[in-house]
Design a protein around this ligand. Structure first.
Ligand SMILES: *Cc1c(COP(=O)(O)O)cnc(C)c1O
Length: 344
């Protein structure tokens, strides 16, 4: 059956007329802008930002080999996650499927929107367990959230299993690729044109080193992007973020350089950690962090904290008993971490 997003969108949204900004309504050239109640005196930011982020989308489209119409930019990926749930899930009726353990924002956004959450477990290798996912799906399941490489485990999900889900699920499948630049694969972006119910999330927060700008990027069919555009806040991306991201895209090689050195540091850190007898297991990672099973995660967390080093204690998360999640830092920072652990 052909996937048509209008069939699963929240019914009330079909009638919503989006806010039309002053700049949406004029076409052509003008030099005098008396339409938006802006202050005419130049402060560099006296004008509203481009609500469609046309230049930024053009640049992203070129880099990623997609069409600008397949892109939505959010105030962080977190905004896009929220838009997806609000667009497609009827509160108190629909549910989302979130295989665990994974990134926490999918469940938080769903809970805020009064959308139920089904949480089948990943398997022991943190990969998809298709039969437990299938069991958790019912007629009100609208979105499956997958994360690859997965946070907090760092592994890629098996491609064939992701395809199996995308092809069989009648709702949307989101693949969050926040860490894809650190992985040895290009991810699912090149498959977008053939998979009308697939949404891919990427971000400027990790490999690009621009977490403070708050820029997440969603890729999907034009029909899905149209729906999200309809409900997004009109000026969700500020002028400074748009300019800064454009400049970063022009210096793509800088991102490549930091990514390569972080991958090298990850390999080094993995090796060093494995030599410590307080470390039981370092899980293989395709991201900029390592999930590490310790002898006693709480004690080691507190010890590091008392030495001014903060890592993430994930020991209360399913399948992550006694695990710390450690971000790969600069060579100096990583040395300090290893030295502190050696001193225990
Ligand atoms: C860090 C992270 C993000 C990034 O979120 P932003 O809102 O774009 O900063 C998204 N997804 C996952 C899984 C992450 O770990």
């Amino acid at each position: 059956m052909k996937f048509v997003p209008e069939n699963i969108v929240r019914k009330s949204l079909l009638k919503v007329k989006p806010y039309s900004t002053a700049r949406d309504e004029f076409k052509g050239n003008a030099s005098i802008f008396l339409d938006a109640n802006e202050n005419p005196y130049n402060t560099d930011f006296n004008r509203y930002p481009d609500p469609r982020q046309s230049k930024l989308k053009e640049a992203i489209a070129q880099l990623k080999n997609v069409r600008p119409q397949q892109i939505i930019i959010g105030n962080g990926s977190d905004e896009i996650i929220d838009l997806l749930i609000r667009a497609f899930c009827e509160p108190a009726v629909d549910n989302i499927i979130v295989p665990q353990p994974t990134y926490g924002m999918y469940t938080v956004c769903a809970a805020i929107n009064n959308v139920a959450i089904r949480q089948p477990q990943l398997n022991a290798d943190f990969d998809l367990d298709l039969s437990s996912i299938e069991k958790s799906i019912d007629v009100n399941s609208k979105i499956i959230f997958l994360c690859s490489p997965n946070n907090p485990s760092g592994n890629l999900l098996e491609e064939e299993k992701v395809y199996a889900l995308v092809n069989s699920f009648p709702g949307l499948v989101v693949v969050d690729e926040a860490y894809i630049d650190f992985a040895n694969t290009n991810g699912f972006l090149s498959k977008l044109d053939n998979l009308p119910n697939l949404i891919i999330l990427q971000t400027f927060s990790k490999a690009w080193g621009l977490a403070g700008l708050r820029l997440g990027v969603g890729y999907a069919s034009e029909a899905i992007i149209d729906i999200l555009n309809k409900i997004k806040p009109p000026y969700n991306i500020n002028t400074l973020s748009q300019q800064y991201a454009l400049a970063a895209l022009e210096k793509n090689y800088q991102k490549e350089e930091t990514v390569n050195s972080l991958i090298q540091e990850r390999t080094e850190m993995e090796k060093q950690l494995q030599e410590l007898n307080i470390v039981q297991r370092v899980f293989p990672s395709q991201a900029n962090f390592l999930l590490v099973r310790m002898d006693d995660a709480k004690a080691r967390y507190n010890y590091l904290l008392s030495h001014g080093i903060i890592v993430r204690d994930r020991s209360s998360v399913v399948l992550c008993d006694n695990c710390l999640r450690i971000t790969v830092g600069t060579p100096t920072e990583n040395k300090a971490l290893i030295q502190a652990l050696k001193n225990i």
